[in-house]
Ligand binder design. Structure first.
Ligand code: XUL
Length: 514
């Protein structure tokens, strides 16, 4: 059996797969806000940070991992049967550790908690995460030093990426930066904890740092120098996702009953793992993931960069040497949740039946729902923008349609550079279960949408697959077993061609606010 973990923004989840019987043996999830309210992070991050700062407490992540493993064990899942583990973390989030980390992680005592033993090794109490938009100055500095950041790293200098976040830490807290001997991503921090030793960073998550040379999968000297001094010595090496790190730490053997032969493999980012879990790591399928952020991604044989600078190229966790494209939309589920709260709606108001009350194309009423600073396109916004109609006085049905159409017109508009012409769009993430959202995507893209048959998250399934592939299983075989998609979830409704017109109108709206 193979365990895949998914350390995302709002929760940590697990899926255990058994390739011999083609079954998902168990899956579970711990929601940070609901189960660890003492961290005051209801949506997984510390709210109201100054100047676009969005951080979270890595201690909360460690506590959540323990609750998750404890729960699996008390449900009767025999963790001693797990051959190998891999996982995936929310991308870009970074953890700053002192020299003490190495011995602390190698000598964890099962009598104490992970957080009790590892928090004293942090040199930065909180971790900046992908929602952070406080590094505009640092991005400008990196770009000034390395004008071809896009062609080297696959992305322009990007505020949520780890390099600019590291630079900000170095500038604001030079002494703490000096005390830092290791900087991990969320993903490599977790794989280090499981392995009991510092783990590598993979090419999928490493490419989200503005520090990696895409062509050679190594740290790029000019980018390192433009970011902070002595940075190379503080970064783990880069390796393919699923690289064997070590047998699992005795902490997990003693506390949760893992076998001492269980192998801990390196992790990747949540989006790269989802590409694997959707069965799309080797093809040009288009995936839209509807999570805290919405993302669109696809495997890419050659790195092709976004001329607008919003899209990214990451390493592909399965097909060694190949790539994936990614677009990230910050106003995903959080924007849908915000409208639901502001208008006192139910999720059923977002279902296909409720959308029948309004016409496709919303009579031309468009909205760019950027309640928080948007990454694609890059807009420092704290509110919605309309094409000259009064959002507040509109009916709730009109608002819901405007929000959903606006979100997915934005996705369609900004994905054109990828040149994909898919027969369908594969959906994943919590909100993909909502029929109105699936229907809107199908209409806006004018192709059917499909979902995975399995209920477990594509990120944890993808992570378990990475661990299984690293132990001799074929990806093709595993994808056939665990990544089957449903019959059509939704197909375009009559009149969906209207979105060709709406797309150019939406582009005009976006140009007026960018
Ligand atoms: C991708 C991104 C987010 C996070 C959180 O670049 O920032 O999708 O990975 O899920």
């Amino acid at each position: 059996m193979f365990l895949g973990l998914d350390a995302s923004t709002q929760s940590i989840s697990a899926a255990i797969i058994d390739p011999d019987t083609s079954t998902v043996i168990a899956s579970d999830s711990v929601n940070f806000g609901a189960e660890l309210p003492q961290y005051n992070a209801p949506s997984g991050f510390i709210p109201d940070g100054p100047d676009g700062e969005v951080h979270t407490d890595p201690s909360m992540w460690m506590d959540a991992l323990e609750i998750l493993l404890h729960r699996l064990k008390s449900k009767g899942v025999d963790l001693s049967k797990i051959t190998a583990i891999s996982g995936a973390g929310q991308q870009h989030a970074s953890v700053y550790l002192s020299e003490k980390f190495h011995s602390a992680v190698a000598n964890l005592s099962a009598d104490k908690s992970l957080s009790e033993q590892l928090v004293p090794t942090l040199t930065r109490a909180t971790s900046p995460i992908w929602m952070d938009s406080s590094t505009e100055a640092e991005c400008a500095e990196v770009t000034a030093s390395v004008p071809d950041t896009l062609s080297i790293s696959g992305s322009v200098a990007t505020m949520r990426f780890t390099g600019p976040q590291i630079r900000k830490f170095f500038k604001n807290s030079p002494d703490d930066y000096k005390q830092t001997t290791v900087i991990h991503l969320n993903s490599s921090f977790f794989s280090s904890i499981l392995a009991g030793k510092s783990s590598s960073i993979d090419t999928g998550d490493g490419a989200g740092m503005n520090l990696m040379d895409l062509a050679s999968s190594t740290w790029h000297k000019d980018l390192l120098d433009a970011t902070a001094p002595d940075l190379e010595s503080k970064l783990p090496p880069i390796e393919q996702a699923g690289t064997f790190v070590s047998n699992i730490s005795s902490y997990f053997v003693e506390k949760y009953g893992f076998s001492s032969d269980c192998k801990a493999h390196s992790w990747t980012g949540d989006n790269p793992a989802s590409l694997v879990g959707m069965g799309a790591a080797a093809s040009g399928k288009m995936i839209i993931s509807l999570g805290t952020s919405d993302t669109l991604f696809s495997a890419m044989p050659e790195p092709k960069t976004d001329p607008n600078g919003y899209g990214h190229v990451f390493g592909n966790p399965i097909e060694g040497g190949s790539y994936m494209s990614l677009l990230c939309f910050s106003n995903g589920s959080l924007a849908r949740e915000r409208l639901k709260k502001d208008c006192n709606l139910q999720w059923s108001d977002f279902e296909a039946e409720a959308l029948e009350q309004t016409p496709l194309g919303n009579d031309g009423k468009l909205v760019a729902p950027f309640y928080t600073p948007e990454t694609t396109p890059k807009v420092d916004s704290h509110n919605i923008h309309t094409n000259d109609w009064d959002f507040d006085s509109a009916s709730n049905n009109t608002k819901v349609r405007a929000l959903l159409e606006g979100q997915f017109l934005n996705v369609r508009l900004n994905s054109q550079w990828m040149g994909l012409t898919p027969d369908n769009v594969l959906l994943t993430g919590g909100a993909s279960k909502n029929s109105g959202i699936a229907q809107t995507i199908s209409n806006v893209f004018n192709v059917p949408t499909k979902r995975l048959t399995s209920d477990a998250s594509s990120v944890s399934i993808g992570s378990a697959i990475v661990a299984a592939v690293a132990n001799g299983h074929s990806y093709k075989d595993l994808a056939e077993k665990f990544c089957t998609t449903s019959a059509e979830t939704a197909s375009p409704q009559q009149g969906a061609e209207i979105y060709d017109t709406r797309l150019s109108e939406y582009e005009t709206l976006i140009k007026s606010i960018v």
